[in-house]
Design a protein around this ligand. Structure first.
Ligand code: NDP
Length: 447
């Protein structure tokens, strides 16, 4: 088919999430003509229905604990009930503001925003509504979407995307899953007065240091989350009050609503990738270290490649791609030593190897130093779970992993990641003067 009004660009980016936006703006700054295609809102999962609104909800939820602590600090605040409709409304307004900022930034960068869902016609051309875009280079950065288990009644449940659209949070909720999203929302909702039951079929937070996960779980239980472990959901049915989840042990749990937080997968549906010849393996687009697919001029970054599905990783992949392809500055993203945090209450943050991973790799050469203590901020309220700090040491006492459960964990581990990236040893940590009184001083004083 001949398209008279085909528009040509040096780069066509499909998906305006974290990775796609970073790549598009960086490529434009190198002088490339760039179009970016987005069927939903500019900003992607992180800005619209992920990291940012989620973290705002975490802050909103944590206010409850501060209010509960207030009397012990001399602020006679009576018990209050949160108005979750106000919180959700304010979060949505902030998301709208950020969406506008991202659109304006594209405009300033000279990137053409084409709104609509893209469908490939071949390996260089993409149909978006009535328009046809031709890119000498194509970047696929379409991100991911929630996976729903094949469960009778699954359509009665929500996924995390839906939570941000609610008018207000329900009174009780069953959350299915033991991953990042399930645990973070269990804590957000519990903190906002929602009675949460979390169904974990195997391990909570699989892949994280087991000792630290045990500390997170203990903290969540103390705050009220009820765990049903070692069982799977079999079916969801509706009841007069809400939903019932039938479990594999024959029992069932009832709540006002059910959240399925059972993982995410690349969002390939509707793209017609077949027309490009780009290989898909296990539902993801495999790429090499330059983000290149098996088709030489088609690249992919972010969650669609399903490697480390975190915003800063996608951003760096996008920029490395653009610098290499359009800026004459070839570089690759380093996927080693990526710090991450689970914004549970208490917070879990980590960089490097878990104790289990270190022992698998280095056996007897592994030594673990850890400290558990109640932080000073909990001394007057006399409530709250202990902090848990852990260093995993390998041969020559090199710090292979640094883990933390407790207040400001993400902020602290971000800086520890610098030290680990430089190859710090336990002696380097010990040589560092403690900053007192703080939580992280334990990292440089523990035995
Ligand atoms: P995860 O893969 O982390 O967790 C999925 C959970 O669902 C697992 O516990 C899994 O159990 C369970 N599960 C899957 N299928 C079923 C089923 N049929 N019945 C019961 N349980 C089931 O996915 P998430 O959706 O939580 O997060 C997706 C990704 O998003 C993360 O991996 C992360 O990359 C990113 N993310 C990062 C955040 C951050 O950085 N703070 C926050 C949120 C998301 P099992 O382990 O047994 O398979």
């Amino acid at each position: 088919m001949v398209h008279q009004d085909e528009q040509r660009f040096d780069l066509v980016v499909v998906g305006a999430g974290s990775g796609g936006l970073a790549a598009a703006k960086r490529a434009a700054s190198h002088g490339a003509s760039v179009a970016i295609v987005e069927g939903s809102r500019v900003g992607g999962t992180c800005v619209i229905r992920g990291c940012v609104p989620k973290k705002l909800l975490v802050y909103g939820s944590a206010v409850g604990e501060q209010l509960a602590d207030a009397p012990s600090y001399g602020w006679p605040v009576p018990p209050v009930v949160p108005r979750t409709q106000v919180l959700l409304d304010h979060v949505r307004r902030e998301v709208d503001r950020l969406n506008g900022i991202h659109e304006a930034a594209l405009n300033r960068a000279g990137v053409a925003l084409v709104q609509g869902w893209g469908r490939f016609l071949d390996d260089r051309r993409l149909q978006v509504g009535e328009q046809v875009l031709r890119g000498e280079t194509i970047l696929v950065s379409v991100g991911g979407q929630p996976v729903c288990p094949n469960l009778p009644g699954a359509d009665l449940a929500m996924v995390s995307d839906d939570l941000f659209l609610l008018e207000r949070f329900p009174g009780s909720m069953v959350i299915v899953g033991g991953g990042y999203i399930a645990c973070e929302f269990a804590c957000i909702l519990q903190g906002l007065g929602v009675a949460v039951t979390q169904i974990v079929r195997r391990q909570l937070l699989r892949g994280f240091d087991r000792g630290c996960v045990a500390s997170v779980e203990a903290g969540m239980v103390e705050k009220g989350t009820v765990f049903r472990k070692g069982v799977s959901p079999q079916a969801i049915t509706s009841t007069a009050a809400g939903c019932r989840v039938e479990l594999s042990d024959g029992d069932s749990v009832e709540a006002d609503a059910v959240l399925l937080a059972t993982g995410r997968k690349p969002r390939l549906v509707g793209l017609n990738l077949e027309a490009t010849g780009v290989a898909v393996e296990g539902g993801r687009i495999p790429v090499d270290g330059d983000q290149r697919t098996n088709v030489a001029h088609v690249f992919a970054v972010g969650d669609v490649t399903d490697r480390i599905n975190l915003t800063p990783v996608a951003v760096d992949e996008g920029r490395a791609f653009a610098d290499s392809r359009f800026g004459g500055k070839p570089r690759r993203t380093d996927h080693g030593l990526v710090a991450s945090a689970v914004f549970t209450q208490p917070e879990l943050a980590t960089v490097g190897l878990s104790e289990e991973e270190a022992r698998q790799r280095h056996g007897e050469d592994v030594r673990v130093c850890e400290a558990r203590f109640r932080s000073l901020s909990r001394a007057l309220p006399k409530t709250g779970s202990p902090c848990h700090l852990k260093l995993v040491l390998g041969p020559q006492e090199r710090v292979l992993g640094c883990h933390m459960v407790g207040e400001h964990g993400a902020e602290i581990i971000q800086m520890a990641a610098v030290a680990l990236g430089m190859g710090a040893t336990k002696a380097d940590f010990d040589r560092t003067m403690a900053l007192h009184p703080s939580i992280s001083e334990e990292f440089v004083t523990m035995g």
